[in-house]
Design a protein around this ligand. Structure first.
Ligand code: IMP
Ligand code: MG
Length: 178
């Protein structure tokens, strides 16, 4: 285990099982309905890559990059759109794929933005959920795992751009950011 990690929250095996379970649900619920998968960069890239390869319906792959956290572990509360998608969403089913829903402020604004473009439906799939940290009135429709309000890294999740490459998800030692 990496020296900066206090505890492993999801092992590689648990991650793989969780992704399979989410993909099964999505395959059942969407059936043959085409979707536009909007992957929120950068944190959800590994999750999205694993999940999308298990989906059976026709999938258009799109990327969006927003920043709301600056470089630290506390939300700055402002959202900047750094990269937008290129597909017209009118009449389409959109599935937003995100690493984690924390205060919910990011996804609240992203969902709003995408809904306003005339999508038929907008659903949210997140690997992790921190329900106790919620500020915005929003929930994720498909959740891999609900976790306590601790700062986690790995499997795409970063602290100041570090630790994304860890193959597991772990709780970061507070000494590194307090
Ligand atoms: P929200 O707007 O507070 O829901 O924050 C969502 C974004 O904050 C996520 O996409 C992550 O990039 C980041 N974030 C929130 N909690 C964590 C965490 O525990 N570890 C790493 N990034 C996090
Ligand atoms: Mg981040």
């Amino acid at each position: 285990m990496h020296k900066d990690i206090k505890r492993i929250l999801m092992s590689e095996t648990e991650i793989a099982d969780t992704v399979c379970r989410l993909a099964d649900r999505l395959n059942t619920e969407f059936g043959d309905e085409p979707i536009v998968a909007v992957v929120i960069l950068k944190g959800s890239m590994f999750f999205a890559a694993d999940l999308i390869r298990k989906l059976n319906m026709p999938v258009i792959l799109e990327f969006m990059k927003v920043s709301s956290y600056g470089s630290g572990a506390v939300s700055s509360g402002t959202l900047r759109l750094d990269l937008d998608i290129g597909t017209d969403l009118a009449g389409r089913n959109v599935l937003i794929i995100e690493d984690i829903i924390d205060s919910g402020n990011t996804l609240f604004r992203v969902r709003d933005m995408l809904s306003q473009r005339g999508a038929k439906s907008v659903k949210i799939c997140t690997m992790l959920d921190k329900p106790e940290c919620r500020e915005a009135d929003i929930h994720s429709d498909y959740i891999g795992k609900s976790i306590p309000p601790e700062f986690v890294v790995g499997y795409g999740l970063d602290y100041d751009e570090r630790y994304r490459n860890l193959p597991y998800i772990g709780v970061l030692d507070e000494k590194l950011y307090s």
